[in-house]
Design a protein around this ligand. Structure first.
Ligand code: EPU
Length: 417
């Protein structure tokens, strides 16, 4: 068990740099499967999920060499189109190999992911999109067996909701399909735009990235490329909230503030001074935050993966905040842990009412997922005494050396296994 221990009460100060976004890098590793040869990916964070994705790709016959914030993926002509349950269970993003494997091999056997820490998380929109392109699926003993009679065919795919994963799986399938595919109601996340930039450099013909209508002209073959991943807006935002919750002054470099517009606006509403420029942002926290309401939404709305960190901040605000979680049915699981630290939060369906308290008090808590784990560390930075966040392996999945980087900003924090 990995535990992060935080001694609260110190204002953080200084500069921290962020690397590439986990949720871009994982997909940009998968996209390599589409083109035999040696690919290079730069600005890669040293996080557990990158290692897990390397294992998924190794299972398909690719070789991933991880270097210092970069990696190479060597993709063979012939692939083993399988992602087993042991890997899919550890990381749901493994299901993104479905589209590329169907496109390259005409078949795929990928374990169906169950629910996870954030709720049921079905994938029927991925499958419906791929079926419209000609794929056929059968679920046999928990494994999705996909086949494509002939070649995938471009078509119009209208998503019921701008799902990040469904948009990506359909894009992956469409780049090597016959004819054009139009995704209507596509997700607009910056990580998808970055993935499209990488795919276009590989020879794909995709337009409309960053908008809700993405058009893909299928091509016969793609080539390996070198690509540098877009900055991790979630890491940048999390460090911004670390400044906010401690009344500190932190500058984050290597980031793109335009990808955090709504989150920075809410930090400003909470009483923070927010400054930004090309590639950097600075957050100066207030003595005590003011209450703020927000609702999580797909980009460019307030990101669900910034929700727990923001609630940690609002738990010590000078009044009551009301927030609405629109993406995940089980995202509030961390609230009980924050309550152990003295937070006053009540949950009604997808809404939370957060009555700000004067002070939090450190105690042992359990990280239920990546973002909630980070939020509990942030709460610990503000709390009186010591907070021990157990199951910190969740945090390692998405944040490179979180404790070490907070230490460099003046936090008193340590990690034990
Ligand atoms: N959904 C369905 N059916 C589907 C697909 C999605 O009902 O076929 C629902 C999901 O259950 C969820 C909502 O639609 O309620 C949005 O899901 P989406 O498909 O957009 O999310 P995802 O692709 O599974 C990615 C990120 C998540 C992030 C979400 C939302 C990766 C690897 N994961 O998940 O990141 O929360 O988009 O932005 O990119 C994290 O990094 O901590 C994380 C959980």
């Amino acid at each position: 068990m990995t535990t992060i221990s935080v001694e609260g009460g110190r204002a953080l100060g200084g500069t921290v740099n962020v690397r590439g976004a986990k949720n871009a890098v994982l997909k940009e590793m998968v996209s390599a499967v589409l083109a035999p040869g040696r690919h290079r990916l730069r600005n890669v964070p040293a996080i557990a999920d990158v290692e897990l994705m390397s294992e998924v790709l190794a299972h398909t016959g690719c070789r991933v060499e991880i270097g210092d914030h970069e990696l190479w993926t060597v993709v063979p002509e012939t692939l083993n189109p399988v992602a087993p349950i042991e890997l899919v269970r550890q990381m749901r993003a493994s299901i993104l190999v479905l589209g590329p494997l169907l496109a390259r091999c005409g078949e795929a056997r990928v374990a169906l992911p169950g629910g996870d820490d954030l709720g049921a998380r079905p994938i029927e929109w991925h499958l419906e999109g791929l079926e419209q392109m000609g794929a056929e699926f059968a679920l046999v003993h928990g494994e999705l067996i996909g086949r494509v009679p002939g070649r995938l065919k471009g078509t119009e795919v209208e998503l019921p909701f701008p799902s990040v994963g469904a948009t990506e799986n359909v894009i992956f399938a469409a780049v090597l399909a016959e004819g054009p595919t139009v995704i209507v109601n596509a997700a607009r996340e910056p990580e998808i735009e970055d993935l499209i930039t990488q795919l276009n450099a590989m020879g794909a013909v995709i337009s409309g990235g960053g908008s809700s209508i993405v058009t893909i002209e299928g091509v016969d073959r793609l080539s390996p490329v070198e690509h540098s991943a877009v900055a991790d807006r979630l890491e940048a935002g999390t460090f911004g909230i670390a400044a906010a919750i401690t009344g500190g002054d932190v500058t984050v470099t290597g980031c793109q503030p335009k990808h955090l517009r709504m989150e920075l606006r809410k930090l400003s509403d909470a009483g923070c001074e927010v400054e930004q420029g090309e590639g950097w942002l600075r957050v100066i926290g207030p003595d005590r935050p003011t209450p703020v309401d927000f609702a999580t939404l797909p980009f460019p709305g307030f990101h669900t993966d910034m929700h727990p960190q923001m609630v940690a901040l609002l738990s010590v605000a000078s009044g009551t905040s009301v927030i609405t979680e629109n993406l995940y049915d089980a995202r509030f699981r961390y609230v009980g842990e924050l309550a152990r630290m003295g937070a006053d939060i009540s949950i009604e369906g997808q809404h939370a009412v957060i009555r700000g308290v004067e002070a939090l008090s450190g105690c042992p808590v359990l990280a239920p997922d990546i973002r909630a784990g980070a939020a509990l560390v942030l709460a610990g930075l503000r709390a009186e005494g010591v907070t021990e966040v157990a199951d910190a392996f969740h945090i390692d999945r998405g944040y490179e050396d979180f404790a070490g980087r907070l230490t460099s900003l003046g936090a008193v924090i340590s990690r034990s296994s």
